[in-house]
Design a protein around this ligand. Structure first.
Ligand code: PEP
Ligand code: MG
Length: 573
């Protein structure tokens, strides 16, 4: 059979090659019969609740041991819902007593009601918790009906393939056998993503009807960095992917010794290694992976996968969470960068024929002022809780930057008038990801506190190559001398004005390019947290003088292929 590749959403990095193991989320048939022995049914309900709560509390303890207190909190919430007299126990008892409904039907109805209320709530937190309710439902109803939930593999290494990975499923798994996770639904902010990332299990979500395409007897390849899965791969591809997995495992083991080490070259030059995150909770993971700060909090993730906008309070809580976790370490939050390849439903935007060049990011924020102001208010309020820096995305002109800064100043003034405490000096920076800004870097450097180079978009816009289009993917290369010249221009401009210059695009986490970044004097690299220790290790082997020489050589070359060859030869293994 021909190889098939499916593109989903990367939710946890790494590579896995195993046979798929399907976990069907059983939907138990709920009996419809009325009951006659009310007392017995009430007893059945209470006993099932006790048993389920005991199991959940056991899972909570287990989760605390495995992934830490924060991720275990979800189980405490599950138990609290089942113990809630007012919104759960009493209504169910009433349905049994007054309406003579059997316990499973009464539970089903009440949990559905709670789930509906939560999913219709404005709070993203409540919406996310709606899937928790489905999880509790399955457990409790299985207990009432005395049946077992779908079994979880314990003996064979496998890639879990399921519709939705729920927290209780993850806690029942013996993770030493789970090498990867594919789910049909779920996003980068789902519980599954958080748990998979903290356990270091590669995972991809959003593979529609995943199960239909696979065979349990055939290996699949999962690439958690690219968000791909490959089925019906050739023998050679499978063997190559297995080699990658072996290398990856060995490396993860070796990397542990770099935790807590300074990020320095062999000859003592320091560079800050930061993490990229998409919500507040991911900051903890970044810290555990050795992040010395957050270089890019992609705030638009708070707006994705939902129909309504996140409120000021919700956003405030997310930013505060990240700031508190990071303590004195810097947290750079990028204001809303929606549009382009980040489609969403919460903001009403007309369909565009060319969204990458359209009404997106700062352009949208400067037109939809209420949207922007809500975010800026949340950010400024959160500034009191840590070391916040604010960064504007997709800036293409001085006017845009001035307008964004003015809006920030206005919001700060209004908040101060309301008596809200805000940090005095919050660094303000900009993404350098549009060629016009890179060309005018000298001018921009006089107006911001830092630059952060978005190599993903800078490459796309410089080369006129869609970063997500397979058909032109060979043309999409950071090694193109024009892209590198723009990066040099940006770094030189920043240093001339004495401001910091970081990289937060994917190239910042690419070890092959590290000597180049050192040679160009890049001050900070921000990458997926799992790459931080790898970069720290490579950094420790580099020598600044050699990096400078390499930069000289690179900028004498005219083709991407020559530069790539040169840099790949220099990669530190
Ligand atoms: C970039 O463009 O390099 C970047 C970091 O932003 P995003 O990938 O979110 O567009
Ligand atoms: Mg970008």
């Amino acid at each position: 059979m021909d190889k098939q590749e499916y593109k989903g959403i990367p939710i946890s990095p790494g590579m896995a090659v195993e046979k798929p193991y399907f976990i069907e989320q059983e939907k138990k048939e709920i009996p419809n019969e009325k009951i006659y022995d009310v007392k017995a049914e009430l007893g059945n309900f209470i006993e099932a609740c006790h048993k389920t709560i005991t199991k959940i509390e056991k899972m909570e303890k287990e989760a605390k041991k495995r992934v830490g207190g924060k991720e275990a909190e979800v189980f405490a919430v599950h138990a609290a819902i089942l113990k809630d007299q007012y919104s759960f126990i009493s209504p169910v008892q009433q349905k049994i007593e007054c309406e003579k409904k059997n316990a499973s039907l009464a539970v089903e109805e009440q949990l559905k009601f709670i789930e509906k209320t939560m999913s219709e709530s404005d709070s993203e937190l409540f919406q996310a918790r709606a899937s928790d309710i489905r999880d509790i439902r399955n457990q409790l109803i299985s207990e009432i009906l005395h049946s077992e939930l779908g079994s979880i593999p314990t003996k064979e290494p496998c890639i879990i393939v399921t519709h939705e990975l729920t927290p209780s499923m993850t806690m029942k798994m013996d993770f030493s056998y789970v090498k990867g996770i594919v789910s049909e639904v779920g996003g980068p902010t789902s519980h599954a993503a958080i748990i998979a990332k903290s356990l270091g299990i590669p995972a991809v979500a959003g593979i529609a009807d995943a199960m239909e395409h696979m065979d349990t007897e055939e290996m699949i390849i999962l690439d958690g960095d690219a968000g791909n899965i490959i089925i019906h791969a050739s023998e050679e591809e499978i063997e190559k992917a297995k080699d990658d997995v072996r290398r990856q495992e060995e490396e993860v083991h070796q990397l542990k010794k770099y935790i807590g080490c300074p990020s320095k070259t062999r000859d003592g030059k320091t560079i800050s290694l930061y993490g990229n995150i998409g919500n507040g909770a991911e900051a903890r993971n970044a810290l555990q992976e050795g992040a010395e700060g957050i270089g890019l909090f992609r705030s638009e993730f708070l707006y994705l996968n939902r129909d309504t906008l996140p409120s000021e309070e919700e956003q405030f809580q997310e930013y505060k969470k990240a700031l508190e976790v990071m303590g004195t370490k810097r947290v750079i939050v990028r204001t809303l960068d929606i549009g382009g390849d980040k489609p969403q439903k919460a903001i009403d935007i007309e369909e565009e024929s060319n969204p990458f060049l359209g009404f997106r990011a700062i352009r949208l924020c400067l037109k939809r002022k209420e949207l922007f102001q809500t975010q800026l208010r949340a950010l400024l309020r959160a500034s009191e809780y840590g070391n916040l820096a604010i960064m504007f995305p997709m800036i293409s002109s001085i006017e845009e930057l001035e307008a964004a800064k003015e809006e920030l100043q206005n919001v700060a003034d209004a908040l101060r008038k309301e008596g809200v405490l805000i940090k005095d000096k919050i660094p303000v920076g900009m993404m350098m990801e549009i060629p016009s800004a890179a060309i005018l870097a000298n001018e921009f450097a006089k107006k911001v506190d830092f630059f952060s180079i978005g190599t993903n978009d800078l490459t796309q816009y410089t080369l006129a190559v869609d970063r997500g289009n397979e058909a032109v993917s060979e043309l999409y290369t950071i090694y193109h001398p024009a892209v590198l010249k723009l990066i040099k221009n940006i770094a030189d401009a920043a240093h001339k004005e004495g401001i910091e210059c970081g990289i937060c695009g994917e190239a910042g986490g690419d070890r092959r390019l590290l000597p180049l970044w050192i040679g160009l004097g890049i001050d900070e690299l921000s990458t997926v947290p799992k790459s931080i220790l790898k970069i720290r290790k490579s950094l420790a082997k580099l020598d600044c003088k050699k990096c400078n020489k390499l930069v000289d050589k690179v900028f004498k070359m005219n083709t991407a292929s020559d530069i790539k060859k040169l840099l790949e030869g220099k990669e530190e293994k």
